[in-house]
Design a protein around this ligand. Structure first.
Ligand code: GDP
Length: 367
């Protein structure tokens, strides 16, 4: 392309190489007089928001911009990948604006999970991470549950001001916004894009009835998400599609569980005990002896231990070991973006391994 072309919808420079990046348009569309990027095309014609990724600089500019606007910040996180989807540092940028924290994908949690415990855990975690949300809500944007309450809460807490929705990619922000768009506007033409100073991407503006609007900011890439270490074709194996069915293993000290090649759990010391694994139902769990685990991983990652499969295994960072001494019964070891293992009994020593960069955490069981 010699001459630079810009999308008539959002002003972003048009490119034809990468459908995931801002400004993508298929080559065939370049002959038209008014070129519109795929994202704006879908928004205009289907009222549907397409996720796009952002550079870190744009992310910082957006965050900086938020502090200078007045309004309610709605932060969306993935309940299944809480730490991986957190957006660290947001609290430093929001100024005095209130933050409503919405945890999405609640439909994936087993029915036995206690919702109040989940909310309390989120509040505690948010506090540890430096954020004091005005409220915490659980929703399933996909199934629609909790959405009415979420929209009422937004209306209540915005106190007549604008609303800015932020979240990192994959949390379900588009699904959430698309639901609001459908409920709020019915048909399309009212939605516009508006420019956020200094960013390459414009925000989607959904009008509210009092001249204020909900602004959807672009999804932000959080490099430490398990999802970014996998090829999109394999992501479907780790992202549960349905409610998780817990699987319980009775283990002796000296036994190891592998979750594909993505995670490892060693029971090092303690009485024979029960461990309940909460991960996507189709993922393979492989049980072996601790003394054989290193060798098994070295020789069989990508085949017996998969995903990732042989084709993608070399993209996966090495597994990093985290050792914990557990005193309380019913403790969860959480592998961000993959799931968690509940230790049902007291007094044991375990080691949890996750790809470098992916967090492993301990929390009181949610069940
Ligand atoms: P975005 O990148 O934050 O805009 O996320 P998307 O809306 O594109 O959603 C990312 C993935 O999460 C998609 O595969 C969605 O189908 C899925 N997803 C979104 N909301 C939910 C939800 O409430 N429950 C479940 N189980 N999956 C969801």
């Amino acid at each position: 392309m010699n001459e630079k072309l810009h999308c008539i919808g959002c002003g972003t420079e048009i490119q034809t190489e990468n459908p995931q990046e801002p400004g993508y348009a298929p080559v065939s569309s370049l002959e038209k007089e008014d070129i519109i990027c795929k994202r704006c095309f879908r928004l205009k014609n289907y009222n549907e928001l397409q996720p796009v990724s952002l550079t870190d600089d744009d992310f910082l500019r957006i965050l900086n911009g938020l502090g200078t606007q007045k309004g309610l910040i709605v932060k969306i996180v993935d309940i299944f990948d809480f730490n991986g989807s957190w957006l660290p540092g947001l609290h430093r940028f929001v100024g005095s604006n209130p933050v409503l924290l919405i945890a999405n994908k609640v439909d994936l949690l087993p029915k036995s999970v206690n919702k109040n415990k989940v909310i309390n855990w989120i509040k505690q975690e948010a506090k540890n991470l430096g954020l004091k949300p005005i409220d915490v809500l659980l929703v399933s944007a996909h199934k629609g549950s909790g959405m009415t309450e979420a929209m009422e809460a937004i209306e209540h807490y915005r106190r007549g001001e604008d609303v800015y929705v932020v979240g990192c990619t994959n949390v379900g922000k588009s699904t959430f916004i698309n639901r609001i768009i459908k409920t709020a506007t019915g048909t399309g033409d009212i939605i516009t894009t508006s420019h956020f100073p200094g960013t390459t991407l414009d925000m989607i503006e959904i009008p509210l009835d009092d001249k204020k609007a909900i602004f959807d900011t672009p999804g932000i890439i959080n490099h430490h998400q398990m999802a970014h270490y996998l090829d999109p074709s394999e992501l479907k194996f780790i992202m549960p599609k349905k409610e998780i069915k817990p699987k319980t293993f009775q283990l002796n000290a000296g036994q190891t569980l592998f979750v594909g090649a993505l995670a490892r759990f060693d029971f090092i010391q303690g009485q024979r005990a029960a461990f309940t694994v909460h991960i996507a139902n189709d993922l393979d769990i492989h049980r072996t002896k601790l003394e054989k685990a290193d060798e098994l991983y070295a020789n069989h990652r990508g085949e017996l231990l998969a995903p990732p499969s042989e084709k993608y295994i070399d993209q996966l960072p090495r597994l990093v070991r985290h050792e914990f001494s557990i005193k309380e019964a019913k403790t969860d070891i959480v592998f961000s973006g993959l799931g968690w293992i509940t230790i049902q009994d007291t007094n044991c020593v375990i080691a949890a391994y996750a790809p470098e960069g992916v967090e492993v955490q301990v929390r009181p069981s949610l069940i």
